[in-house]
Every structure is written in structure tokens, then in C-alpha cells.
Design a protein around this ligand. Structure first.
Ligand code: PGA
Length: 252
């Protein structure tokens, strides 16, 4: 089964409006055709409206988080329906920084995945282990458990439209990458649990990305692995040339 690769940049809390617009103008017409690779930039919420207006044919804009409910008295929050109404098509859910600093749990991640699919937004569902878990040797078990909880009440038809990002926490922003074999091994374990939850066919269709210090100099060997369908990229997505190198690598 050939799955269309995705390269999703996660800008986190970087850039000003002018930097963000300059980036979009620089990469818009240079990214590969969307039929070959899905190029996505997940930007801070305040930039989304401007960036969606300027996204070209082959570049898509995503959000970095959203609320788990459709509406309510939650000062400062943004719902899936609000994102959708501005043309946002992807949202990162359960990033380890959100889990660590904003109390996101497997349960809230599950509610957000449900909100995203109901609003026809592609969730990029993040899972991953701490260094302690990696050293204990229970990584695949822990990550499988995160997947089971994230996909509660998600039907097969909905699951096919989701994307998973496996991001070992110890590899994020540290310059330490999981070896391509380590990353592929855990991603295969994720595909296995999706097979158990749904079917072989469904598990073969879901794109599973690797994230954690993906750079122009290591992207080729990661993407060469059998089960890695792309990357969720922080630091290396901030620079237009570097982002273009990554999406071009995925187009090969
Ligand atoms: P990094 O971040 O590429 O800077 O390690 C990845 C992420 O947090 O998604």
C-alpha cells in the first residue's frame, strides 16, 4: 500500500506576523504538488486567518491545538468549528508539550480527536514516550495504550482520515533523533494496534509520521523506513529553505 507522505511543520510559539507571511510567500509555489506530498504548516492560532487566505494550491495550514468541546464558557479557547469556519484543515492534538504544560490527558486527546473528525478537520494525533519509559523498555506498550485511548469511539471510516505522529519526548528539540530503526519499530507497533482496533486495511491506510529533531540531514533515512509516512517537524520547519528540503525529500 502506498500512502501519500505528509510533512507537517509545527511552528510552536515562534514568528511574528510578518515572518509568518514572508515564509508562506516563499514556500507557497515551491512545495511539491499536493497529490505527491501533503505540505502543512501548523501555525499559532493568531496567524491562521491570514495564512489560510494566502495558502496556495499545494500548501495547507493547520492549528496546533483546539478545545475539546464545541462551545461554552471557556475564556481564551478555540473550538474545532471555529477553525473549520476559517478553512483550517489540520490540527495537532496531544502534542507532548500540551500534555506536559497544559494538562492534556489521553481522555481530553480522545475528545479532541472526536471534535476534529466531526468537523472534518484532520487530526494529527501525537503519541510518544519519555526517556524513562524508553530506558525501561516499555515504549511500544505505552504508545499502544495512548493510541487505544485516543481512538475510543472513533469509527473505522473516521480513523482512516486521521494521522498519527509518533514523537519520542526525549527527541523533541534536543537534537537527539530516534534511530530510523527505533522509530520504524514503534510505528509498526502503532500500526499493529490500529489493525487490532480496526482492520488490516484500515491500519494500512492511516498515515503515521515520525517527529523529534527531524532535519534536512536525517529526513531521507527516516522516510526510507517501511512504515514512516512523513514527519512532524518543529525547529527545521521555521526556515523556508529547510522546510522545502524536507517536503522535497518526501516527494522523492
Ligand atoms: P523538533 O520538534 O523537530 O524541533 O524536535 C518536533 C515537534 O515538537 O513536533
Amino acid at each position: 500500500m502506498s500512502r501519500r507522505p505528509i510533512i507537517a511543520g509545527n511552528w510552536k510559539m515562534y514568528k511574528t506576523k510578518d515572518d509568518a507571511l514572508a515564509f508562506i510567500y516563499a514556500v507557497n509555489v515551491k512545495v511539491p504538488e499536493k497529490e505527491v506530498v501533503e505540505s502543512v504548516i501548523c501555525a499559532p492560532a493568531i496567524f491562521l486567518r491570514d495564512l489560510v487566505k494566502r495558502e496556495g494550491e499545494d500548501l495547507r495550514i493547520g492549528a496546533q491545538t483546539m478545545h475539546e468541546l464545541d462551545e461554552g464558557a471557556y475564556t481564551g479557547e478555540i473550538s474545532a468549528g471555529m477553525l473549520k469556519s476559517y478553512g483550517v484543515e489540520y490540527v495537532v492534538i496531544g502534542h507532548s508539550e500540551r500534555r506536559a504544560y497544559y494538562n492534556e490527558t489521553d481522555e481530553s486527546v480522545n475528545k479532541k480527536v472526536i471534535q476534529a473528525v466531526h468537523n472534518d478537520i484532520t487530526p494529527i494525533v501525537c503519541v510518544g514516550e519519555s526517556l524513562e519509559i524508553r530506558e525501561l523498555g516499555t515504549t511500544n506498550q505505552v504508545v499502544k495504550d495512548q493510541i487505544i485511548k485516543a481512538y475510543r469511539d472513533i469509527t473505522a471510516a473516521q480513523a482512516i482520515k486521521t494521522v498519527v505522529a509518533y514523537e519520542p519526548i526525549w527527541a523533541i528539540g534536543t537534537g537527539k533523533t530516534a534511530t530510523p530503526e527505533q522509530a520504524n519499530d514503534t510505528i509498526k507497533a502503532i500500526r499493529d494496534v490500529l489493525k487490532t482496533l480496526y482492520s488490516v486495511d484500515v491500519s494500512e491506510q492511516i498515515r503515521i509520521l515520525y517527529g523529534g529533531s527531524v532535519k534536512p540531514n536525517n529526513v531521507d533515512e527516516l522516510l526510507a523506513q517501511s512504515d514512516i509516512d512523513g514527519a512532524l517537524v518543529g525547529g527545521a520547519s521555521l526556515d523556508a529553505e529547510s522546510f522545502l528540503t524536507l517536503v522535497n525529500a518526501a516527494a522523492k
